[in-house]
Design a protein around this ligand. Structure first.
Ligand SMILES: [Fe+2]
Length: 288
């Protein structure tokens, strides 16, 4: 295989061509892929048709995979492949917001977020494959938070020094009126404190935001929410974002520390969307 990379405007996100993920990856291709990923942070591969075993196999080259707790939300027989879909795995029926797990997922993924930012070590990266796509809508948007930070005025950078946010599992759903998580779930997922400006593994600095943030440490509620909103609006300006319109066979890999993402609306009640995701577990504690 020979990998070739076509960067999008501004070098954020790139199309990666020449890889067939249905085949085993040789070391040279893997290393070239990894380098391109570290540079562009979102990689798009088109025309991919691989099975679940291959999805797990190539994902694991990048690190140990996260297992997902809800069996019904996973591909059959694979607790490391999450189904991102509006149709039930077994019955094929459309899911509705009366389904608590589905409702929480929809609420959770439609706002700008970083996967599992409520952990000390959030997920490292994800691989999302499109098996079925709706006729319109259902795009995924990505925002590059290293670019967003670099472009901030110096005065704002200084203002953000030493500011910490409290991330909490369930904060997002609760803001949208969903029932609070049970005491058991809350005990298992205590709030964590992360700097608003992180240092990435490569040494670059980047904003660290997303809707799992409950508030800012030591700041009044109103002032905190206004600073969070201001930074989120900044980080998601068009020049820092990439919007992916899915075609069947697209596989998108994203850096979960340096980017935020969100799913865009589509006709959930009547247009099938079946995506499958593997996620490499975090190995990096967020620090200023
Ligand atoms: Fe997500």
């Amino acid at each position: 295989m020979t990998l070739s990379i076509r960067p999008h405007a501004s070098d954020f996100a790139a199309d990666a061509m020449g890889i067939d993920l249905a085949q085993p990856l040789d070391d040279a291709t893997y290393h070239a892929w990894k380098l391109a990923f570290e540079k562009h942070r979102v990689l798009v591969l088109h025309g991919q048709h691989f099975n679940d075993d291959r999805h797990v196999a190539f994902s694991k080259r990048f690190g140990p995979l996260e297992a997902f707790p809800e069996e019904e939300m996973c591909a059959r027989g694979h607790n490391t492949i999450l189904r991102v879909s509006n149709v039930h795995r077994d019955t094929g029926e459309f899911l509705t917001m009366k389904d608590a797990a589905y409702a929480s997922f929809v609420l959770g993924t439609s706002e700008w977020h970083i996967d599992s930012s409520y952990r000390r070590m959030p997920s490292r990266c994800s691989f999302l494959l499109a098996r079925e796509v709706p006729a319109s809508g259902g795009d995924t948007m990505f925002a590059n938070m290293a670019m967003a930070y670099a472009a901030l005025p110096d005065a704002k950078k200084t203002e953000l020094e030493g500011v910490y946010a409290i991330h909490e599992f369930g904060a997002m759903a609760q803001k949208k009126g969903a029932p609070a998580k049970t005491p058991e779930v809350r005990t298992k997922n205590p709030p964590v404190r992360h700097p608003l400006v992180q240092r990435l593994p490569n040494g670059e600095r980047a904003l660290f935001l997303g809707s799992h943030i409950d508030t800012l440490d030591g700041m009044g509620g109103e002032q905190a929410q206004s600073l969070i909103a201001e930074m989120t609006e900044w980080a998601t300006r068009p020049e820092f974002t990439y919007r992916h319109k899915w075609n069947v066979g697209d596989m998108v890999m994203w850096d979960n520390l340096a980017t935020m993402h969100r799913g865009m609306p589509y006709e959930r009640a009547g247009d099938r969307r079946v995506l499958q995701r593997t996620t490499v577990a975090g190995d990096w504690a967020i620090a200023a």
